[in-house]
Design a protein around this ligand. Structure first.
Ligand code: FAD
Ligand code: UDP
Length: 381
């Protein structure tokens, strides 16, 4: 008998399991239906000995010193700033759109002030910015929207940007300087020995038992633990009784090429051509030195493993109804990207999990030996 069952060995489940074991000294059983830990952040060496990410490229970036400090207990870091080029009109141009993007695309020689004036001339005023189309056309105008965003978004989501919440394309800023980094967060670094190694250390605790290849649906009625933390899809937990929440899936094609480098940056996006959205070359991310190189092509799919919640108002409304069921389910806490139906990056999931642990600990009388956090996550204790 364990004190806790944690469903899912990704960021959400592993962080909570580690906190419960370390801070509350309680016994935790962590299960995952996949044959490995680390959830979607799982990385491993391929046949050529190159480190790859099975579920697509995972680049760590955050503004939170506390999250870096917490994860740093389980890994050393390697500095890495991600750069992305988009194949547009036969050219490889910086994305996010910056000064060099427009100068190279249109053969202009603008400076930053010139680009700001130029944008004033092309952007389309939108009275109320609601959709992913609104965000982009109101910032860079329709032509750049069509070249860089419309095709990519239709491929990635199977929806037109006008059908998606603004939060999706708002992830990508526009810059009038020459900064060509994909992210501008304070901390941009990769776990030196990889994500899986980091998770291994997080879960390596005498109070934590990990069982892989085990589906919650097969053992949920066995009463294995008094309390549960669930990090799978929330609609599945409730047997889809209110209908299915849409999740977008991907097919990953991993290839190894017999040359040292294949592309100039970590990721190349294909907004106008190809069935895949992007190609990532891992050696840029990992710093690995190797005569060959491994790449992943991402093909968006309607069916398959749930990877992305789909941000649109009707989906949020359905999620809210599931969230109400969750709130009425005693002794189960829902955490993570699938259980709280949030398009969260890794650092946001870690932050949510730490916050939820704080609430768990507080609601159970605060046995934690050191500090507490509060807020965040769906709590149904
Ligand atoms: P997951 O990692 O999905 O873990 C949930 C786990 O629960 C899974 O392992 C699953 O097998 C298990 N599970 C589900 N149901 C059951 C069940 N019934 N029984 C047993 N086990 C179950 N974030 C970044 O910060 N930077 C990036 O560059 C980045 N790139 C990404 C690229 C792609 C293609 C994708 C899909 C995501 C990316 N993310 C990135 C987001 C990142 O993957 C997530 O924020 C993070 O992995 C979410 O952690 P989680 O624990 O909530 O979910
Ligand atoms: N996007 C786009 N063109 C690009 C890059 C991004 O249209 O070249 C849009 C697209 O809708 C994508 C969203 O912006 O889904 C968020 O991009 P991000 O790179 O953050 O996606 P993720 O890494 O989460 O898949």
């Amino acid at each position: 008998m364990h004190d806790w069952l944690v469903v899912g060995a990704g960021f959400a489940g592993s962080v909570i399991a580690e906190r419960i074991a370390t801070q509350r000294g309680e016994r935790v059983l962590v299960i995952d239906r996949r044959p490995h830990i680390a959830g979607n952040a799982y990385d491993h060496l391929d046949d050529a000995g190159l480190m790859i990410h099975r579920y697509g490229p995972h680049i760590f970036h955050t503004n939170s010193a506390a999250i870096v400090e917490y994860l740093g207990r389980f890994t050393e870091w390697r500095p890495y700033e991600h750069r992305v080029l988009a194949m547009v009109d036969g050219m490889l141009l910086p994305i996010p759109i910056n000064l060099d993007t427009v100068n190279r695309l249109y053969g202009m020689g603008l400076d930053s002030a010139g680009m700001e004036r130029w944008l004033e001339g092309v952007r389309e005023p939108v009275a109320k910015i609601e959709t992913s189309e609104d965000v982009v056309v109101s910032t860079v105008g329709r032509e750049l929207y069509e070249k860089f965003f419309r095709g990519y978004t239709r491929k990635q989501w199977g929806l037109d940007p006008s059908e998606l919440a603004k939060s999706v394309t708002a992830r990508i800023p526009t810059r009038t300087n020459r900064d060509d980094r994909y992210f501008t967060d304070t901390y941009q670094q990769m776990p030196k020995a990889g994500y899986t190694a980091m998770f291994g250390r997080m879960l390596d605790h005498p109070k934590i038992e990990v069982r892989l290849g085990v589906d919650y649906r097969a053992l949920k009625d066995r009463g294995l633990a008094a309390r549960t933390v669930y990090t799978g899809p929330i609609d599945e937990f409730f047997d889809f009784r209110l209908g299915r929440l849409p999740y977008r899936s991907l097919r990953f094609e991993h290839v190894t090429e017999d040359r040292e480098w294949a592309q100039p940056v970590g990721t190349v996006n294909y907004p106008q051509t190809e069935a895949y959205t992007r190609i990532t070359e891992y050696k840029h991310l990992t710093g690995q030195v190797h005569p060959k190189t491994s790449l992943t092509y991402e093909y968006p799919m309607a069916e398959g493993d749930p990877y992305y919640p789909v941000p649109r108002p009707e989906n949020e409304a359905l999620f809210k109804r599931y969230e109400a069921l969750a709130a009425a389910t005693p002794d189960v806490w829902f955490v993570g990207r699938l259980a709280t139906y949030r398009y969260y990056n890794m650092d946001q999931v870690v932050g949510q999990a730490l916050a939820t642990f704080g609430r768990i600990d507080e609601s159970l009388g605060g046995q934690a030996r050191h500090g507490r956090q509060s807020g965040g996550g769906v709590h149904a204790g």
